[in-house]
Design a protein around this ligand. Structure first.
Ligand SMILES: C[S@@+](CC[C@H](N)C(=O)[O-])C[C@H]1O[C@@H](n2cnc3c(N)ncnc32)[C@H](O)[C@@H]1O
Length: 251
């Protein structure tokens, strides 16, 4: 299956769900609280926002302006509808774009946010490229799938060596952060409830997705892969998971 078809099927599978990746509003607020020196009304960029679960939490928790960027117009339209319903249309702006080529002036943001999305360009590439868009002394809060232990169960390792070969452990990510001009303000693992927040609605969606794509081998493969991932992440929640990294630009 080519990448374009895979992306199209993943968007169809996830559209209308509250989240497109693991996370919860308590973790978003916990990471935001670590950004202690933000201005009163910060300029925030949320990269890979999806339908905007964390965008809306940021809008509720700050008085700032949030630019929410994603490549999927469907996801962005859903976020725009919700933001308008909540009276935040002047503070939440959606922007269709590519996280690898941000369409903004450099040093525009007090805070760049990205939950469950940097993997698609690579953690190091995100650290390096996004740094220019953060104002000096500004923050980057990013969640990233990370190994929690050095002894890696064979079944899980075999899966992730294929699906995410660049994945590292928390210590290695913290080392990379320091090398790319960032200071670590804090980091913490997401709780299993953040995965359930994502997986429970996704699991409910799968039978209808399979039925709507009966006879489509690519779509069934995407559903199979999703089910395998959900089973493995539940079985090995102690061995790997998402970690939030809250970083400050060092000049
Ligand atoms: C796993 S989802 C996470 C969405 C949301 N942050 C959440 O936690 O629910 C990753 C998001 O990144 C977006 N994305 C992936 N590659 C992208 C790219 N190159 N440029 C912009 N967005 C991208 C996807 O469309 C998707 O919405």
């Amino acid at each position: 299956m080519d990448e374009g078809r895979l992306i199209e099927l993943l968007i169809t599978l996830h559209d209308g769900l509250p989240r497109q990746g693991p996370g919860d509003s308590a973790s978003t607020r916990r990471a935001l609280a670590l950004c202690g020196a933000l201005p009163d009304a910060p300029e925030i960029l949320d990269i890979g926002c999806g339908t905007g679960a964390q965008t809306l939490t940021l809008a509720a928790a700050t008085t700032g302006h949030i630019t929410a960027l994603d490549r999927s117009l469907d996801f962005l339209q859903s976020l725009r509808r919700t933001a308008t319903e909540r009276g935040w249309s002047s503070r939440v702006r959606v922007c269709q774009g590519d996280m690898r080529a941000l369409p903004f002036r450099e040093a525009s943001f007090d805070l760049i946010w990205s939950e469950g999305a940097v993997y698609s360009m690579g953690f190091d590439a995100g650290l390096i490229q996004w740094r220019s868009w953060v104002k000096p002394g500004g923050y980057l809060a990013v969640s990233e799938l990370s190994w929690f232990r050095s002894d890696r169960p064979a079944e899980l390792k075999a899966f992730l060596d294929v699906e995410y070969p660049a994945m590292r452990d928390i210590e290695a990510n913290l080392t990379a952060v320091g090398e790319q001009g960032w200071q670590v303000v804090g980091h913490f693992p997401l709780p299993w409830s953040a995965w359930k927040n994502y997986y429970d609605p996704l699991r409910e969606r799968l039978p209808a997705f399979r039925a709507a794509h009966a006879g489509d081998a690519d779509a069934q493969a995407v559903a199979d892969l999703t089910e395998s991932e959900m089973a493995l992440m539940a079985r090995y929640a102690q061995d790997c998971g998402y970690a939030f990294y809250v970083l400050r630009r060092r000049d």
